[in-house]
Design a binder for this molecule. Structure first.
Ligand code: AMP
Length: 197
């Protein structure tokens, strides 16, 4: 079986994961798995999963691991013939990262790399407030929800970077600057890797 390029795009809310993942997908021809987008889609269709997730999302809290992992498993297993996946907003806890490793192992694949976008907290809050004006996302609208999301990130998600660092799979990229400049720095890391798969 052909080895895939499987990436985890990591960073706090507002780090630019959505923007950079679009560019990465186009260049490397990857399948996007954004758990936030998948939840919003479920919510729009008022599925049971969407309504369950909404109870957490509305407060800026993380959705429980079993729900997230089940949804990602369905998406991976229903995707045929891909060059690889870009996971955006997932894994957000260490148990999610462990479950992802097991899942990929079961299809003879693995995570190639985690790219972590670093942005100072003050800038993140500013970006989220700006995004609120155009995104229509209720969780971008109020400062208390933004604060909870950043706290959830610090408490539960930051250890995920250590998890991949211990596997020698963590690359840190400065997420402040021009979009194309940041993308260029990401390509410098991914181009050689893409030639190897
Ligand atoms: P995002 O669009 O990635 O900012 O996600 C929006 C919301 O969806 C988050 O604040 C969480 O409530 C939920 N969510 C998205 N991805 C995950 C995940 N991997 N684990 C738990 N909750 C998630």
């Amino acid at each position: 079986m052909q080895k895939q390029l499987n990436l985890v795009l990591f960073g706090p809310p507002g780090a630019g994961k959505g923007t950079q993942s679009e560019k990465i997908i186009e260049r490397y021809n990857l399948t996007h798995i954004s758990t936030g987008d998948l939840f919003r889609k479920h919510l729009g269709q008022k599925t049971a999963l969407g309504l369950e997730a909404q109870r957490y999302m509305d407060h800026g809290k993380l959705v429980p691991d079993q729900i997230v992992i089940g949804m990602v498993e369905d998406k991976i297993k229903s995707t045929k013939n891909t060059n690889g996946f870009i996971f955006d907003g997932f894994p957000r806890t260490v148990p999610q990262a462990e479950a992802l490793d097991e899942l990929l192992q079961s299809v003879h694949q693995s995570i190639s790399l985690m790219i972590s976008l670093e942005v100072p907290e003050k800038e993140l809050k500013q970006r989220l407030r700006n995004r609120a004006k155009v995104s229509g996302r209720t969780d971008d609208q109020d400062d208390a929800k933004i604060q909870t999301r950043i706290e959830e990130y610090r408490e539960k998600t930051v250890p995920v970077a250590t998890y991949y660092d211990n596997l020698d799979k963590l690359v840190i990229i400065n997420g402040v600057g021009q979009i194309d400049e940041i993308f260029g720095n990401i390509c410098n890391v991914l181009d050689p890797l893409n030639e190897m798969v």
